[in-house]
Design a protein. Structure first.
Ligand SMILES: Nc1ncnc2c1ncn2[C@@H]1O[C@H](COP(=O)(O)OP(=O)(O)O)[C@@H](O)[C@H]1O
Ligand SMILES: [Mg+2]
Lengths: 263, 335
């Protein structure tokens, strides 16, 4: 794979035969008069963890929502394994079918429903056509929680609002890794968590990446976390993906400057 | 917010115990209400005759409360059900005039139709359910007046030959369905189906999820818009069934049937401990809610309380029941 040292890279029309897993090129998105995203560009290789950092309102969530199919971008192109996706037929369901899952900021879970319901959100297996197959849902939930090494969720029938923040986040991440065979996108997954729970989430990400080769896009304000986890760091400033840094080649001060000033 | 529930617990009950207790409020309420009227009116209240009467009065309200429960669980409300009840009864009665007994089924179809129109307007035009169904309450009632021309259609048992009176249908079977054991059995059968539908099916689960957080469902690509149309249609089917039962019980489709009954249905749901903000609900407790409302009204009448004062008492009971059963730690915004 290309180990280019370019720092403004978008896509390099160079020689490698295997196209990147995901390429996002110059996507934009406005809401009414507000241009939330002006030019968003990045690429993601298989098994890679990239981080997207930027100030509040910089357009991070908007960028990943255009990728996830929540809404199509107003312009630009998104390619998966080199194949452009049809933006007229761009939807969350389509992207989920392709193994791309998102843990949305603040809106990942239905609080009054059980852990198995949330883990299978939108994919509830049926029994006799009209019933949920609760038994297999519970079994799978246990399996996913075991895989994430989460042992503390005991009663799977309780609404998840009864669980701690960390436990809830492990269910949200569990859903994403259970179905996101290709790409898991985490939008500020540890913003509401304490240090121990944050460490747990980081451990989950590394474990899944190492064991399953899943690619991650991590949005985070925690720059130490970003430096620990990400192979590359994409900086977004006023709706523009302005800079890109390789792992270990950037100081915290340099990152802060890029985030706040844009250069 | 947690502090609130601690003070509620009065220091001697844990929040978890408080929650358990809250779960039982509808049952405790009906037990107290029955004991109260029993002690006031004695055998005049606690007689087989009076309870047969209550068993005959409750089913229509219970079925309408089911319709309301379906909608309220998603966080919406349907106040058109009283008008829809009258409309469905008329369509059912006209169906029987035109097509014989099986024409009654058109009443259920009519209820489903009104529900579907509600759902379409709410989902596609994005008009809040309260406003949409308020408009439908007015429109559908007007339709009833238009198609009925202000007159009723009577069900007769055939003993009096009505001669050329075209506004009557000879349907002794339907009239006997409206009397005690039959009406109770019909209501019980529908209640069992409702319980399975609401508590066990995927559709029932989805009702609670939509009430819990609709945005999350949309973000994972679930078609909430289409689902809500089905929700209002399902409630409409229940209103249609209630209309048929009401036709049997009242023996006539009248233009003023079901006036204000939407409020009773909402009250029954609330007395059953279901938050009007959606996300939770219980069929069994909704049945208890409908029964409580009927018993209180009946008990006050027997005790000789004038009707207006009965209404005051019912309103106070409603507020008291909700105040006790509401879990304030789960409510952050009161609208
Ligand atoms: N659905 C929306 N409707 C209107 N404006 C939006 C919407 N989503 C985001 N925005 C606006 O777009 C800008 C970028 O938002 P967002 O992508 O959420 O930023 P970030 O995730 O980087 O904090 C903000 O100004 C925000 O108010
Ligand atoms: Mg954001």
């Amino acid at each position: 794979m290309s180990q280019g040292k370019q720092s403004f890279v978008v896509t390099d029309p160079d020689t490698h035969s295997n196209p990147p897993l995901l390429e996002v090129e110059n996507v934009s998105k406005s809401f009414g008069g507000v241009q939330a995203l002006r030019t968003g560009s990045f690429r993601l290789e298989k098994g890679e963890v990239i981080a997207v950092v930027g100030a509040n309102g910089a357009g991070k969530s908007t960028l990943i929502k255009t990728v996830a199919g929540v809404y199509p971008p107003d312009s630009g192109e998104i390619r998966i394994k080199g194949e452009p996706i049809d933006l007229n037929d761009h939807s969350v369901s389509r992207m989920r079918e392709r193994g791309i899952e998102v843990v949305y900021q603040d809106l990942a879970l239905v609080p009054n429903m059980s852990a198995p319901y949330n883990l299978f959100l939108g994919r509830t297996p049926r029994k006799w056509g009209i019933f949920a197959d609760n038994r297999s849902m519970r079994a799978k939930t246990r399996e996913v929680l075991d895989q994430l090494n989460v042992k503390t969720v005991q009663d799977l029938s309780r609404p998840i609002s009864d669980l701690s923040g960390g436990q809830q986040q492990s269910i949200a991440i569990g859903r994403a890794i259970a179905w996101g065979k290709e790409i898991v996108i985490l939008d500020e997954p540890t913003a509401a968590l304490g240090p121990n729970e944050t460490a747990e989430v980081e451990r989950m990400v590394e474990e899944v990446r190492d064991n399953h080769g899943t690619s991650f896009i991590l949005i985070s304000h925690n720059l130490e976390q970003v430096q620990r986890l990400a192979d590359r760091i994409i900086v977004i400033h006023h709706g523009v993906t302005s800079q890109e840094f390789e792992r270990g080649r950037v100081t915290a001060d340099r990152l802060v400057k890029a985030i706040t000033v844009g250069v | 917010m947690t502090d609130g529930s601690k003070t509620m617990a009065g220091g001697f009950l844990s929040p978890r115990q408080m929650e358990k207790l809250r779960d039982f409020v509808p049952f405790i309420a009906i037990a107290l209400v029955i004991l109260l009227f029993w002690s006031i009116s004695g055998d005049r209240f606690m007689s087989i005759r009076n309870w047969t009467f209550i068993a005959q009065q409750t089913p229509v309200l219970m079925l309408l409360a089911f319709a309301q429960l379906i909608v309220v669980t998603t966080g919406s409300i349907d106040i058109s059900i009283g008008s829809s009840l009258a409309f469905s009864a008329f369509v059912g009665a006209i169906g029987m005039l035109w097509f014989g007994d099986a024409g009654l089924l058109l009443g259920v179809v009519a209820g489903a139709f009104v529900g579907m129109v509600n759902g379409l307007v709410i989902s596609l035009l994005k008009i809040p359910s309260f406003v949409t169904t308020l408009a439908m309450l007015i429109i559908v009632r007007a339709l009833v007046i238009i198609i009925s021309d202000g007159t009723s259609i009577y069900m007769t048992d055939g003993s009096v030959s009505g001669g050329t009176n075209i506004s009557s249908v000879t349907a002794p079977w339907l009239l006997s369905m409206g009397k005690f054991p039959a009406i109770f059995i019909v209501a019980a059968v529908v209640a069992v189906f409702m319980w399975i539908f609401y508590e066990k099916t995927l559709f029932g689960q989805q009702l609670k999820a939509v009430g819990g957080n609709e945005k999350v469902l949309r973000l994972v690509g679930i078609n909430v818009t289409a689902f809500k149309i089905k929700v209002f249609a399902a409630a409409g089917v229940m209103v249609g069934i209630a209309a048929c039962v009401n036709l049997a019980r009242a023996g006539a489709a009248t233009p003023q049937a079901g006036l204000m009954i939407e409020l009773d249905a909402i009250a029954a749901v609330a007395l059953g401990g279901t938050p009007l903000t959606g996300g939770y609900g219980s069929v069994v407790k909704t049945i208890i809610g409908a029964l409580t409302l009927t018993v209180v009204r009946n008990g006050l009448t027997i005790a000789g309380v004038p009707p207006s004062w009965s209404q005051v008492a019912l309103g106070a009971l409603l507020i008291a029941a909700i105040a006790i059963s509401l879990n304030r730690s789960k409510v952050d915004v009161v609208k």
